[in-house]
Design a protein around this ligand. Structure first.
Ligand code: G6P
Ligand code: MG
Length: 217
């Protein structure tokens, strides 16, 4: 049967989590708030707005709406200064191998990301043409763990949710995939992503035979 494959972007296709971390840390520190790697982990898959709200909450800081918006702009400008320098070399290992296999086999591919910069980043790394549809932070109203992003992707691919397979590096994303009734594949650490149906450290651990077994299920 035809399966739909849905990929998260940040941390799955490219390692932009390190850039989000640098930009958030600089911003948090500029208003006198600490920001650690562990906190960054919790913000994976979380929208820009929700992330800033969370950082301010951790730092016990409140801002006017104006200041809040200003900080969101500053963070994104800083983040984009890293994104601007991205190219194909930043595609995570073996991602193209899997994408090419799926395309050869005729399975449609969607992006399902919380990022409003998703299209820009896919263009930078030359992967935009691999995707049949892009569902990103501009097209959803409810962030992960709400399954909206993945339901929209499935609908655009014309594949029922139960025949969709999601690759995710964020706990919130795994929860969203599970709530959507899809097969969830965690990319990252087993202890963080224990709710996923399968977990791999990265795509180099995922064999074509494993993908075939998902397709034939
Ligand atoms: C992804 C990342 C988050 C980021 C969010 C919004 O989910 O994992 O760290 O905050 O996208 O990204 P954006 O590019 O719109 O700021
Ligand atoms: Mg991610």
């Amino acid at each position: 049967t035809k399966k739909g494959f849905i990929f998260d972007l940040d941390g799955v296709i490219v390692d932009t989590a390190k850039y989000h971390f640098l930009a958030w840390k600089k911003l948090a520190n500029s208003v006198g708030v600490d920001f650690t790697e562990a906190q960054n982990e919790q913000l994976k898959g979380v929208s820009r707005k929700k992330s800033l709200e969370q950082i301010l909450e951790w730092g016990d800081k409140s801002l006017s709406e104006e200041e809040f918006i200003e900080l969101m702009v500053l963070k994104n400008d800083d983040y984009l200064s890293y994104v601007d320098k991205m190219d194909e070399n930043e595609i995570l290992p073996d991602v193209p191998k899997i994408l090419n296999f799926l395309i050869e086999e005729g399975h449609p591919i969607a992006l399902g990301s919380a990022s409003k910069n998703a299209r820009n980043i896919l263009e930078k790394v030359n992967l935009l043409s691999y995707f049949n549809t892009i569902v990103d932070g501009n097209s959803v109203t409810k962030g992960k763990p709400n399954p909206e992003v993945f339901f929209k992707a499935a609908k655009a691919l014309k594949v029922p949710p139960k025949d969709c397979i999601v690759f995710e590096d964020a706990r919130a994303g795994i929860k969203a995939a599970n709530l959507a009734g899809m097969i969830s594949i965690g990319i990252g650490q087993k202890d963080v992503l224990h709710e996923a149906n399968y977990v791999f450290n990265d795509f180099t651990e995922i064999s074509i035979d494993f993908i075939k077994s998902l397709i034939n299920n």
